[in-house]
Design a protein around this ligand. Structure first.
Ligand code: ATP
Length: 224
């Protein structure tokens, strides 16, 4: 008998924005996943560097978790103090939760690059993927999203349209949650902040207050 699935949402979160939060909450609602670990990376595997310190990124995640009790902060990657591949984090979680399905929430842009991820096959043996629609992708279905034939083939084998599969199996399925696309990114947010433009549409007020209090993402900080 399996326990309730654990959601996992990893990223740079530099800073966290509404495009992170609302699609994941919507997908969690669709899949009936009631707990999601928010795991900010120490140094992103696919990116050059984060703009603000790990402590600030984690603090902003803690503020969001206070507002949405389904989410909780997990600082394991930051605490490791070295760059970590997703497969290492997931292996650790699998050892901690041997009877809980693990559901890795990602944006559809991340699904497009999945086959380039370090040890992606092993990752799929450790967790499911719950994919949130992102940007130009208006719907998130296997017909119109993946361009790559190999990814199409993988979806043919692994995609499920039934969230129950995420509850009844430890790992291995891909669920394309047809979440409402929110066209925003941390990069856009940083640019807007640098230019002194309004970002209220993009970011929860608690995060904006934190950013202002700590003078983060200021032009003088030599933004990414
Ligand atoms: P950056 O602009 O710095 O590249 P980002 O906004 O893409 O950052 P990340 O922290 O790199 O944010 O993303 C973490 C996860 O959140 C990834 O799986 C990504 O696909 C997903 N994600 C980010 N923004 C959105 C969005 N607007 N809609 C759906 N998923 C998103």
């Amino acid at each position: 008998m399996l326990n309730a699935p654990l959601g996992i949402f990893g990223g740079t979160f530099d800073p966290i924005h509404k495009g992170h939060i609302y699609p994941v909450l919507e997908a969690a609602n669709i899949t009936e996943i009631n707990k999601i670990a928010m795991i900010p990376c120490y140094i992103p595997s696919h990116k050059s560097a984060a703009c603000v310190s790990s402590e600030h990124r984690l603090k902003m995640i803690e503020l969001i978790c206070d507002e949405h009790p389904i989410l909780y902060p997990d600082a394991r990657d930051i605490n490791r103090g070295v760059a970590t591949y997703s497969v290492e984090t997931l292996s650790e979680l699998r050892a901690e939760f041997p009877t809980r399905p693990l559901c890795f929430f990602i944006g559809s842009d991340s699904l497009q690059t999945l086959l380039t991820w370090h040890k992606w096959q092993q990752i799929l043996s450790l967790c499911h993927f719950v994919v949130c629609t992102r940007q130009e992708t208006t719907t998130c279905s296997s017909e119109n999203m993946p361009q790559d034939q190999a990814l199409q083939d993988l979806l043919q084998q692994r995609q499920t349209n039934n969230p129950v599969d995420l509850h009844n199996n430890l790992a291995g399925h891909i669920f394309l949650a047809n979440t409402q696309p929110l066209t925003m990114s941390s990069t856009l947010l940083r640019k807007q902040l640098e230019a002194g433009k309004s970002v209220e549409e993009l970011i929860p007020s608690s995060i904006l207050t934190y950013i202002h209090q700590h003078k983060l993402y200021q032009p003088s900080n030599d933004l990414c």
